[in-house]
Structures are given as C-alpha cells and as structure tokens.
Design a protein. Sequence first.
Length: 124
Amino acid sequence: MIESLPRREREAFEILCRLEEATTGGVRAAMIGDLSDSAVRTLLSRLEAKGLVGRRLAEDGVVYRPKQRAQALATGALRRTVDTFFAGSAVSAATALLGLTQKLKPEELDALERAIHQARVRGS
C-alpha cells in the first residue's frame, strides 16, 4: 500500500518511519520544500485515515507515529526494491549495498559473516 501513496504522503510517512515519531513541526522540518503546518497536518490526517499512522497527545502537542513497526515496513520495502531493481537477486542487492560504503566496521563484518553462515545452515 505504501508504494501507492501520493508522493507527499509517502514522503511524510517515510519521515515518520525514520524518526519513529514526530510532531507536525518535526515532519515539516524534514520534508523537502516549504509546506505549512496545515498542509502537513492534512497529509498526516490522510495517513491516519488510511490506517498507516497513529497519534497521541504529548506535552509538545500531537505526536504521530507509524502504526506498523519500522522493521516490518523495511522488510517489505527491501523485498520490493530487490525484485524491482535486482531481478529478485539478494546477492546483487547485497553487493550493491556493500559498494556504497568505503569501509565496514569490524562488528558489521561480523554481522555479515553470521548472516552468511545462517543462510548456509538453512540451505539457502
């Protein structure tokens, strides 16, 4: 459903996913271009009506957050990206991701080695 959102709604939703929660002002500050608080509130209300965003009252006003966990959303988005841009090949996607960094930290290398080992054990 996220990929079918209009551009500005998707941008606001992705900002909330990255920040985990934010006020209207926080979302507006992270958006590209100059939108009013009213315009951002409208975007967030539309996302809430679609069941993607929840809100709660806090000391600094209304705080919005994605209803789904960011990890679940990230998994779906990554799966669509791998299918769309890498012909479904996780290896091609992983190779491209590794090419984006200059140098990996030792703990990142360890995590990659564990993931590869687990894939071998699963017989993937």
